[in-house]
Design a protein around this ligand. Sequence first.
Ligand code: XAI
Length: 571
Amino acid sequence: MTDKKELRSRAWYGKNDKDGFIHRSWMKNQGFPDHAFDGRPIIGICNTWSELTPCNSGLRVLAEGVKRGVWEAGGFPVEFPVTSLGETQMKPTAMLFRNLLAMDVEECIRAYGIDGVVLLGGCDKTTPGQLMGAASVDLPAIVVSSGPMLNGKWQGKDIGSGTDVWKFSEAVRAGDMTLQDFMAAESGMSRSAGVCMTMGTASTMASLVEAMGLALPTNAALPAVDARRTALAHLTGKRIVEMVEEDLKPSDILTKEAFENAILANAAVGGSTNAVVHLLAIAGRVGVDLTLKDFEIAKDIPLLVNCMPSGKYLMEDFCYAGGMPVILKELGDHLRAAKTVLGKDISDYAKGAENFNEDVIRTMQNPLRPASGLRVLKGNIAPDGAIIKPSAASDHLLVHEGPAHVFESIEDLKATIDDPDLPVTPDTVLVLKGCGPKGYPGMPEVGNMPIPGKLVKQGVRDMVRVSDARMSGTAFGTVVLHVAPEAQAGGPLGLVKTGDMVRLDTLKGTLDILVSDEELAVRRAEWQAEPEQYTRGYARLYIDHVLQADRGADLDFLVGKDTRTPWRESH
Ligand SMILES: CC(C)(O)[C@@H](O)C(=O)O
């Protein structure tokens, strides 16, 4: 007799009837011996590898590392593919499909006879999509991230994914860089497997995964092609078998405190604004009451990681300086008590951490910026909130008043932004509508609008920009994002007109247009939503059910979880 809980996989592979025969026999066509089905933990390796997701192109190697570890620990590893989302390849935006991936992951984990799962992801949306899906089933789960690409190199200098693309393309528009050089830089920027080697969204999410204790220490920063990442995958395979034995589930790890640690860490690393929608969506799955207001806990956390876009180095440098364990050590008492995949407190990740380069990883006493947390804004054009990343903004624009120039759509922006007669000055506030979850659809990374051509040529590099869009985690500028509700959902952003005075006060946390309520009521009565362009399939489902940015842009019917094991057989 044993008091051990019967493994979930026994409902598939532990039966001596027709159903057990079917489940085992067909699996045996891959050469798995009888003892693979002897009651050992079966570990799913949920792989988002795809040639169309360059960030995840190294995941096949890591999957093999995980398998070695699972076998070594006495488990049985089975790899399965799920939808993969190539951030830089998908139109209109990979974000449209994050919830589709989450559904795919959730349904696969639930439908298959596995006891625990290793999530192999890394590209921006694959990390949150996998976590959302896994949290909704709540089997033991652990992450291995793709890891960043090697530092970009070009003309003897380090160049960073995304961040330098935005800089170079503005330089071309300003006439400061030749098109030939621009094209040549492309090959030097992406030199190995892995995700953006700036602190973009992918590395941000990997850093937060580590800060939430969902992956083994050092997972965030080890370069994708560093052999130590394959060793980490091996160790992760060993650990997930133990986690199944301990019944250590996402709901044990993803507490409110873990989300608070992610928010604190996001400030310290100068992380992506996209973390906000992803953390809110993951929290919704596990039933943690996380709101935009909770992001304010980090407003006085200093910027410690000197990586682009907020600083100058890249992820390889961050890794060699000591990586996330050093950040967790610096955060020290700010960190909340929270259990990790190791079954211990998160503070355990910081033990033995050593800072090998205090310019790359600053100390609390000598930060890059004294306060780095994202700021939440509210006001008459963002009643449910908007966000701004002060560490990537220009100090002189953080409190600003100026006339709006409105782009009614992304097409309007693209057609007019380089018009030499565009009526804008450096004080103008650029406002873009129609780029929220329903509007685009999918809430793309277009919030960091280009500076109007005539101003770029005058040397202007930043202006206040406001939209219902997101922006790349690698981008910079005084950019107000995620305005909720979005214009297409009837939010007051849709009522802004060119010439309205806009007041941004990042210090007070406000964003308003100086237009009377009466005038706004008149405009509202005349307002009409744009005609829908996506009328079928998943996009239709998405538009009908997506929640606004302040609720993580999940689908309304995916919030929460269902931890039941399917009880009906397939034959
Ligand atoms: C650079 C990208 C594609 O925009 C994204 O990966 C991000 O960091 O947000």
